[in-house]
Design a protein around this ligand. Structure first.
Ligand SMILES: *Cc1c(COP(=O)(O)O)cnc(C)c1O
Length: 391
């Protein structure tokens, strides 16, 4: 594309291969709602698809496109689409596949709001959701015939159960069933679901991709045909577009993704080993601890979100309150370590497939290991475990 105003630094940024204005090493944010044209003919050509480029930021925006291209490259996808949140990406991906009268399959213990979307909204649109044990290929195979979609999240939320992605996707393909996989936990650094045969990968970019706890965003990646279907049916009309500022923050965060993931993985491995040996901890739920390697085969590394079951002689609220470096809060993926007690999350999760039904004791806490020093975090965990002992 030829710039309409070659000496105008802002117009120059709208061309894909133009250098940044003033040689800026960081591309500027295209914080604009609309894009103007030099003439009637230029506008008509853009609308007819004869020239490429943005028209309006609910459709395309150069900063958002930069994020989409980077994420697609990381996931070895042909195309990607940014969204205003992980949930916007998840709901759009599902709605681009299913229609009234369809039955879809979903693995147990998916992200709580994805589960609520399936329980509350999809039935109103005439879509039936059936939950399957994703770690059991025979059970999935039995449920596949006639289904429209298999929704995966590997590992799952809280219980951190992995699924044998290659095997499940091969089965789904035999039955003409589309697959979607939530890859927020592993990130493309540790797992590339499309390489395992998944059709669409979804992310909460609010977590590791952003990496700084300052953005809520999401993304869907897959083949050009699947992203085109999503663009045709869902994306412009639900209107949950990614904002240029958020996309810029994501691109900034993703520059250090590889380094951060290596640090998170190493720190989590050290702390998990120490926690497993501690008498105050009865179980650590993390894919690295899974007994069988089958479901782990697609993971090239383990990230730093996991659950701990505290021993009955410990008081969960006292443990949370005693932590100093770990803050109490939801979400994860930033610099700061976090703790989230399941007894609080569980209260909202009633339903036919209760998300936290496994945690009848309420002794589960979710830990996120951030970027602080490992020994400082271990000191903090040790003192909190000691002070949470019941009298
Ligand atoms: C946080 C999260 C989501 C939802 O993403 P938002 O950006 O909060 O909408 C989806 N899946 C997983 C696994 C998550 O942790």
């Amino acid at each position: 594309m030829t710039p309409q105003h070659p000496h105008d630094p802002v117009a120059a940024t709208l061309t894909a291969d133009a250098p940044n204005p003033w040689g800026a090493v960081v591309p500027p944010i295209a914080q604009t709602s609309l894009f103007t044209f030099a003439s009637y003919e230029a506008m008509a050509a853009r609308f007819a698809g004869e020239t490429s480029g943005p028209i309006y930021s609910r459709g395309d925006n150069p900063t958002v496109m930069e994020f989409e291209a980077k994420l697609a490259a990381l996931e070895s996808a042909e195309a990607a689409r940014g969204f205003a949140s992980g949930m916007a990406a998840i709901s759009a991906a599902i709605l681009s596949v299913v229609k009234a009268g369809d039955r879809m399959l979903c693995v147990r213990h998916v992200y709580p709001d994805a589960y609520r979307f399936m329980e509350k909204l999809l039935p109103r649109l005439g879509v039936r959701v059936e939950y399957v044990d994703g770690s059991d290929p025979a059970a999935v195979a039995a449920a596949l015939p006639g289904a429209a979609l298999l929704y995966l999240e590997s590992p799952t939320s809280w219980v951190m159960q992995t699924q044998p992605l290659r095997e499940l996707c091969a089965l789904a393909r035999q039955h003409g069933v589309v697959t979607i996989c939530d890859n927020s936990w592993a990130t493309p650094v540790f797992q590339r679901p499309l390489d395992c045969g998944v059709d669409l990968v979804v992310h909460s970019a609010s977590k590791y991709l952003s990496g700084h706890s300052d953005t809520v965003a999401g993304v869907v990646a897959g083949s050009s045909a699947r992203i085109a279907a999503l663009n045709d049916l869902v994306y412009p009309y639900l209107g949950a577009k990614l904002a240029p500022m958020e996309a810029w923050l994501l691109v900034r965060g993703m520059r250090t993704l590889q380094l951060r993931m290596q640090h998170h993985a190493a720190a989590a491995a050290v702390l998990i080993e120490r926690l497993r040996a501690h008498p105050g901890v009865t179980a650590v739920l993390h894919p690295s601890q899974a007994p069988a390697a089958a479901g782990n085969a697609s993971l090239r590394g383990f990230s730093s979100l996991f659950s701990l079951e505290l021993a009955p002689h410990l008081d969960v609220p006292a443990f949370c309150n005693a932590l100093k470096l770990f803050r109490i809060g939801v979400s994860w993926g930033g610099h700061e370590s976090l703790v989230f007690p399941s007894a609080i999350g569980r209260a909202q999760n009633a339903g036919p497939n209760p998300l936290l039904a496994f945690d009848v004791s309420g002794r589960l806490v979710r830990l996120y290991i951030g970027l602080e020093g490992v020994d400082d975090l271990w000191d903090d965990l040790q003192q909190a475990l000691a002070s949470a002992r019941r009298p």
